[in-house]
Design a binder for this molecule. Structure first.
Ligand SMILES: NC(=O)c1ccc[n+]([C@@H]2O[C@H](COP(=O)([O-])OP(=O)(O)OC[C@H]3O[C@@H](n4cnc5c(N)ncnc54)[C@H](O)[C@@H]3O)[C@@H](O)[C@H]2O)c1
Length: 337
């Protein structure tokens, strides 16, 4: 597969240390996914100049304590670039999907992207932005990128508009790839509170000796994807993205009951779920990513199934007490949903 000009330039940096630096902008870099991305970019692209744009409305400086680059603490809507960026990752977004203020949700998410796209256009930067599986809405079958959008809330609507804007920008000759993340979990999400992954929130409840509260009867299935797989997809997209939108999930929807079983194994507990009524009118009771396109174009190959992913996460939080070994878990649960 032909490498992008950016990648050629990136490779060139290694052998030409005196050459102009490669400038990378990451919006939303103090957030969960953004901070994991910048720390990994710092490791993999040590020659790159990194700038984070984040107004810290939902992110935290604590996620960036090992970061060596620059931070502009401004709203993406108003950011003015002084450096000439080569690569732009746009992850800044209101991420609390229950925010009811449609004007704010759509304004901040869409106008932030419009401004960042304008900067990228001027600099001829390639763009990778965060879309969401929420754009698929309520469905009962595996989601492919060609499935029509069916946004069920203002958050999903704003992401659908980002996808539309990206499509227009491509017609203008820009290089823009979108990633539709499914349910991401992993270190760095604690600041999200009620918007953190269900895996994190249930683990907190169980560590407080409380039964994990899930919606009746726990048979809903979601595609849970480990943060390391998401970061791999983001980095691969800057290199190999083909001007398209890509699903980023594990490729398999897993039940809420399976999440509780897996947490019990990792934490060394044996809680029964506490089933509660679902208060939401619109709720995705099934998500599962079709990964055909992302595997083919990006070489995306998620490393974590649910059980080893949860075990890895609990270990990294220092919470694992489990009898579980990833291998034993995987082989047992391969036979169940
Ligand atoms: N975590 C998931 O499961 C998931 C799923 C689908 C899509 N996404 C998308 O991935 C991206 C990152 O999500 P996350 O989970 O890291 O959430 P997060 O809330 O931890 O990160 C978002 C970051 O963006 C910043 N921000 C928000 N609006 C901003 C603005 N207008 N200007 C500047 N900074 C702003 C926040 O302060 C925060 O640091 C988002 O675009 C989100 O919609 C995440």
């Amino acid at each position: 597969m032909a490498k992008s000009s950016e990648t050629s330039r990136l490779s060139g940096r290694r052998s030409r240390p005196g050459a102009r630096s490669f400038y990378v902008l990451v919006t939303g870099g103090a957030g969960f996914i953004g901070s994991n991305l910048v720390l990994e970019l710092q490791r993999r692209w040590p020659w790159a100049q990194l700038t984070v744009v984040d107004d810290f409305r939902s992110g935290t400086f604590k996620n960036l304590s090992e970061y060596k680059g620059d931070v502009c603490a401004v709203d993406a809507v108003h950011f003015r670039a002084t450096d000439k960026y080569d690569c732009v990752y746009h992850l800044a977004s209101i991420t609390d999907t229950t925010v009811g203020d449609q004007r704010k949700m759509v304004h901040d998410n869409v106008e932030g992207f419009r401004n960042i796209l304008g900067i990228a256009r001027k600099h001829k930067a390639r763009v990778v932005y965060a879309s969401s599986a929420a754009t698929y809405g309520i469905a009962s079958t595996r989601m492919s990128e060609d499935s029509p959008p069916a946004p069920a809330n203002a958050y999903a609507f704003s992401k659908m508009i980002l996808d539309n804007m990206a499509e227009e920008a491509r017609k203008d000759g820009m290089r823009v790839d979108g990633l539709r993340f499914f349910n991401v979990y992993g270190p760095g999400e604690a600041h999200k509170g009620a918007s953190a992954s269900m895996i994190y929130q249930l683990a907190v409840q169980m560590r407080q000796e409380r039964r994990p509260r899930i919606f009746k009867r726990g048979e809903q299935r979601r595609d849970f994807v480990h943060i390391d797989d998401v970061v791999d997809a983001l980095i691969a997209t800057a290199d190999r993205g083909k001007n398209a939108v890509y699903n980023v999930g594990s490729g398999r929807g897993r039940s809420f009951n399976a999440v509780v079983r897996s947490l019990n194994a990792a934490l060394g507990t044996s809680f029964e779920p506490d089933y509660i009524d679902n208060p939401y009118d619109f709720y995705q009771t099934f998500t599962e990513a079709d990964l055909t396109r992302s595997k083919r174009d990006l070489g995306y190959a998620p490393k974590f199934e649910l059980e080893p992913g949860i075990l890895d996460y609990m270990k990294r939080l220092g919470w694992a007490r489990g009898r579980a070994s990833a291998e034993a878990q995987t082989s047992r649960t391969a036979r169940e949903v």
